[in-house]
Design a protein around this ligand. Structure first.
Ligand code: GCO
Ligand code: MG
Length: 402
């Protein structure tokens, strides 16, 4: 089964997505997600100008060899643009293989390890009462795991909280939004938020929170320690993970579980954190960490240290990634949880999908491959619309970690 065509489709049904479509001489096609939020066209060009021509004529079923060829063959290894491009090819080839075998991807991987995939939803509010209302709605919808983010008094804007009534979408059209940040105000406030959740709803739901790289290691240690009574499922990205040894400091002070890795793109980014058992959940995801072939490797390595998966799943990864991730999650032995933020309705129309949601649990469906396709005609109605993620500055103007 030879590859005869590979095309990149850039579309903006509610937000920007990049999709790779690979076609074979047997009439089977597969698609992969290549979306890198805010830097979409870099990956589109990497694929279109450098990778697609190399795919023509290759055997579509030689997935591992193609992965190694694109990784080692470029000479320039790793990095978000390269690894997202490789991921898109990999996802599309697994999709093709599943269709050729007439099997859903999770069966090709080794079959289901569980009945369904526990996902966590996002409850966000501008203040505690609003956040609690959103939390209650998630409980009613059956969510077993809920992430909470909330506006901090005296802070103009906070990561994870939508400005209006709509869904949270950090990217802004045309220009970079500058937000302000105070770790002191946040650290004083956030334990009160978790206390309010546990007081009102008890301990039956898994409670998650994203710190979004804002604290220093010693501040993160203080946060983890101060919120131990509320038994978080995880605190995410408590501090930036470039200096992984910094997590030792957090670990020495708290038993609050830690999740890291949504910005990681290879097993090498995960190595120290996992080997030294400095984290509990690895957040690397299919689209940004080299696809199914590479994420399998990361998950197997993590399993040696009892680190479980908690794949990144924001609305800026396309429904293609979501579908493929659910197959991965259903199979992966050391599964923890999957993020599910939902998608704009237009995006769900552009990407017909086989997955289902039922009371906080998802299933990828039984369609062959990963079960997500693209309606190219509809996609063409939503042209690319450049958008950027915000930056954060401390109150004195210093550029901080967003
Ligand atoms: C999450 C993430 C996202 C990122 C976004 C950036 O935990 O879901 O932190 O909200 O900010 O994916 O593109
Ligand atoms: Mg996050």
């Amino acid at each position: 089964m030879k590859i005869i065509r590979a095309d990149v489709i850039v579309t903006c049904p509610g937000r920007n997505f990049v999709t790779l479509k690979v076609e074979t001489d047997e009439g089977i096609h597969g698609i992969g997600d290549a979306t890198l939020n805010g830097r979409e066209l870099a990956v589109a060009s990497y694929l279109k100008d450098h990778v697609c021509p190399l795919l023509i004529g290759r055997d579509a079923s030689r997935i591992e060899d193609t992965w190694q060829f694109l990784y080692k063959g470029a000479y320039w290894r790793r990095g978000p643009v390269t690894m997202t491009a490789i991921a898109a090819v990999d996802m599309a080839l697994w999709d093709i293989l599943g269709k050729a075998a007439n099997m859903p991807l999770y069966k090709l991987l080794g079959g289901a390890s569980r009945e369904g995939v526990m996902v966590y939803g996002h409850a966000t509010g501008r203040d505690i009462p609003e956040a609690l209302d959103r939390y209650a709605e998630h409980i009613e919808e059956g969510y077993k795991a809920i992430r909470i983010q909330c506006g901090v008094p005296d802070m103009r804007s906070v990561y994870g909280v939508s400005k209006g009534e709509g869904m949270y979408e950090p990217a802004t059209k045309g220009s970079v939004e500058e937000q302000s940040w105070s770790s002191e105000k946040y650290l004083d406030f956030v334990p009160k938020l978790f206390e309010a959740v546990r007081d009102k709803f008890g301990f039956d739901t898994h409670l998650l929170h994203d710190v979004h790289h804002r604290l220093t290691p010693i501040e993160a240690a203080r946060l983890g320690k101060s919120v131990e009574p509320y038994r978080l499922f995880w605190m995410e990205d408590p501090t930036p993970a470039e200096n992984q040894a910094g997590f030792r400091l957090i670990r020495e002070h708290t038993v609050t579980p830690i999740a890291v890795g949504e910005v990681f793109n290879s097993i090498w980014d995960c190595k120290q954190l996992i080997e030294e058992q400095l984290i509990d959940y690895i957040r690397a995801t299919l689209t940004h960490a080299g696809g199914i072939t590479h994420l399998k490797r990361i998950a197997d390595f993590a399993s040696l240290y009892q680190v479980r998966t908690g794949c990144h799943g924001p609305s800026d990864l396309s429904p293609v990634c979501m579908g493929a991730a659910l197959h991965f999650d259903l199979w992966v032995p050391n599964f923890g949880v999957q993020e599910y933020m939902g998608f704009p309705d237009e995006a769900l129309d552009v990407f017909p999908h086989a997955w289902s949601f039922d009371r906080g649990m998802m299933h990828p469906g039984e369609a062959p491959g990963h079960g997500v396709d693209i309606d190219e005609k509809l996609a063409a109605k939503y042209p690319y619309d450049p958008a950027y993620l915000p930056v954060a500055r401390l109150e004195d103007g210093t550029l901080w970690n967003w």
